[in-house]
Unconditional design. Structure first.
Length: 113
């Protein structure tokens, strides 16, 4: 959360959308221009002019790998990632994952302690 400050909260939302679950994280930061929104998923890409807050525990300059890694993990689980953002209005980063039916275990055993 590079743009988090106490006076600008971050909102997390979890919702079921048909056979998928969607997790959204919305901030009230500077937002991203439309041209940057596709590039942020590229390995080593860094948006110019975006800096983390002091004392946030996050390095002031990112390496440009975090979102790329997240996208890869989500896609390996058959999900999708995205961002909805406008400059000056903040950003909403989201991902979806497919829900699977719960099944009973085929084999179960007790292990003595």
């Amino acid at each position: 959360m590079k743009v988090f400050t106490p006076d600008r909260p971050v909102f997390v939302r979890l919702e079921q959308d048909g056979q998928n679950v969607k997790v959204s994280v919305r901030d009230e930061g500077p937002g991203l221009p439309e041209a940057e929104q596709q590039n942020i998923w590229t390995r080593f890409y860094r948006v110019s002019g975006i800096h983390s807050q002091h004392n946030s525990g996050v390095p002031h300059v990112g390496l440009g790998v975090g979102l790329h890694i997240c996208k890869g993990i989500i896609q390996q689980h058959h999900g999708e990632v995205g961002v909805d953002s406008k400059p000056g209005e903040g950003s909403t980063f989201w991902f979806t994952l497919p829900l699977q039916e719960c099944v009973q275990p085929i084999f179960e055993t007790a292990v003595p302690l």
